[in-house]
Design a protein around this ligand. Structure first.
Ligand code: C2O
Ligand code: CU
Length: 577
């Protein structure tokens, strides 16, 4: 079958054909099962013209798009052909209701898949929207193991907005060092940070300036793998762009030169539409935006992504917004924008606050919560190693995955004491480098009462560098949460809760914590399983910036033995599927 999302051409006739296919394939059948056979490999790729090893799925990075309809069952047979590395893939934004063992989080919900082995992921996509998938073991995501999931509405249901064509844009940042080399630097003394990425990628394509290299052998500016992505548009038509970011580090600003962008969906929820010139997007977020091809059609325009929130040292990422019938590769006659000021936190905060649930589609939150957990986000040292911590605990993953340990009652697999629900509110100064930067390693988890309503308040602080606080995009597995509010400075326990938006808060699965600010979330602990909640910056997660929630473990069905075979479950038999 031809997938409509893969139909990217610049002939009108061809576009119309794709549209017809999509009509035929989604107007007939009820919920169905979609099978995918995926092989994961290392291959030489040149996404930004520089040749390096990348992790591919069936030869591609980004991997194939999963296109399904709400209610469908997805079955992915994942064959690990990496010679010396384990692998696991997470389905980001899919709640895994009833299948917590298919969440794909190595060390949390499964043993990673060993070289030469296979695992079958099976889950239902229960909610229409735009989602992603990516490696969730070590730092493999940034080696190129990622892609898009699109879930269409059930038959007979339509979107509350209209458009002519649907297109995907997946954003990433790209490093020339291997993820192993980066991970080793992060866990060494002296500490070696990954630094700013070499390139920004739009649909897996970027452009590194090969002449910067002393030995340019591995870099070839004319390699077709790094020709810019072209989005061809027909004058007068409206495009729904499904934009996802899976950057390792960078917060991005996305723009289409000269065109307004109307935001209509975020992480699978409808947004009360609002118009922007540039869209801020953080790692782990997805948006649908509408763009009308209503500018002078005699030329092409730049699609740009720029780094914000860190002092940029990476060139603008470029793609071409090509008006048919201009030549698709014809560069626009203008200089691409370098985006908004990188340190304009105010405008980023304002856009976060502008995101509200769409009238007519508001799922209102419970007005009160049963428990509030405040998480102080800090950069720390443990025995001289650089780490990130929450309430002074930095997560280390146990060798026995939490889901298995809890379900099988392996109480020695991790520290059974609860981590703290708060920090020293009264005396901690979030604007200063801490007097004592030392933290503690921990594999403790938060156990939530099943069906209770939980508030999380993320509190940002100064890093170990004077006058520095970073942006952390926080992602929750297994749920979506209501975004109740954002603020600057220290969260005030007696007054800020009164200012929560309980009327039309957006529901998301990833949300930014802005520098020196706080972000408040509410969710219902109603999905039996064990769920990671972590910063989506790959290096921060690797350095311990994560917590774990358990709820309703007694309601989790029998675990498939295929997820076992590591840690204390080594002796469990692990049949080959
Ligand atoms: Cu997209 Cu646990 O991450
Ligand atoms: Cu972070």
């Amino acid at each position: 079958m031809i997938e409509p999302m893969q139909c990217i051409g610049y002939l009108v006739r061809f576009l119309a054909f794709c549209h017809l296919i999509s009509f035929i394939s989604f107007s007939t059948v009820e919920a169905r099962t979609r099978h995918y056979d995926w092989e994961v490999n290392y291959e030489y790729k040149s996404p930004d013209c520089y040749k390096k090893l990348a992790i591919t799925i069936n030869g591609r990075t980004p991997g194939p798009t999963i296109l399904a309809q709400q209610g469908d069952t997805i079955i992915v047979k994942l064959q690990n052909n990496l010679l010396t590395e384990n692998v696991a893939i997470h389905w980001h934004g899919i709640r895994q209701i009833g299948t917590p063992w298919s969440d794909g989080t190595g060390g949390f919900t499964q043993c990673p898949i060993q070289p030469g082995e296979k695992l079958i992921y099976k889950f239902v996509v229960d909610r229409a929207g735009t989602y992603t998938y990516h490696g969730h073991y070590g730092m493999q995501r940034e080696a190129g193991l990622y892609g898009t999931i699109i879930v269409l509405l059930p038959n007979g249901v339509s979107e509350p907005f209209s458009y002519d064509y649907d297109r995907n844009i997946i954003l990433n940042d790209w490093y020339h060092k291997s993820s192993d080399e980066q991970a080793t630097g992060l866990s060494s003394i002296p500490f070696v940070f990954v630094g700013e990425p070499q390139s920004l990628l739009i649909n897996g394509k970027g452009k590194y300036n090969c002449s910067l290299l002393t030995t340019p052998g591995a870099c070839n500016a004319t390699n077709p793998q790094c020709s810019p992505h072209v989005l061809t548009v027909v004058p007068g038509k409206t495009y729904r762009l499904r934009i996802g970011s899976l950057t390792a580090l960078s917060a991005l600003s996305f723009e289409i030169e000269g065109h307004d962008i109307t935001v209509v969906e975020a992480d699978g929820s409808y947004v009360e539409p609002f118009v922007v010139r540039n869209l801020y997007i953080y790692s782990g977020e997805t948006y649908s935006v509408l763009v009308k091809a209503n500018q002078d059609p005699s030329r092409n325009y730049w699609i740009t992504i720029n780094v914000v929130s860190r002092k940029p040292a990476t060139p603008t990422g470029l793609a071409i917004f090509n008006y048919y019938p201009n030549h698709p590769q014809k560069p626009p006659p203008t200089v691409p924008t370098t985006g908004p000021l990188w340190n304009d936190t105010t405008s980023r905060l304002a856009q976060s606050i502008a995101l509200k649930a769409r009238q007519g589609f508001i799922d209102t939150p419970p007005l009160t919560s049963d428990r509030a957990i405040v998480l102080l986000n800090t950069q720390n040292k443990i025995d001289g190693y650089y780490k990130w911590a929450l309430n002074n605990l930095s997560l280390t993953f146990p060798t026995t995955p939490y889901l298995i340990a809890l379900k099988e009652n392996l109480t020695d697999a991790f520290d059974q004491n609860p981590p703290p629900d708060g920090y020293d509110f009264a005396s901690y100064d979030i604007y200063r480098v801490a007097k004592n930067v030392n933290a503690t390693s921990s594999n403790r988890i938060y156990r939530l009462r099943f069906n209770s309503t939980v508030d999380i308040i993320l509190q940002n602080a100064n890093t170990m560098t004077v006058n520095n606080s970073e942006t952390h995009p926080w992602h929750l597995h297994g749920h979506e949460f209501w975004v109740l509010g954002y603020g600057m400075g220290k969260y005030n326990m007696s007054s800020d809760g009164k200012k929560y938006n309980l009327v039309n808060p957006i529901m998301k699965n990833t949300v930014p914590l802005h520098p020196y600010g706080w972000t408040a979330l509410r969710f219902q602990a109603n999905n039996p399983g064990v769920w990671a909640f972590h910063c989506h910056v790959e290096s921060h997660f690797y350095m311990g910036m994560a917590v774990v929630f358990e709820e309703g473990i007694e309601k989790v069905g029998n675990l498939p033995s295929s997820i076992m075979g590591c840690g204390e479950t080594k002796s469990y038999n692990r049949p080959r599927p």
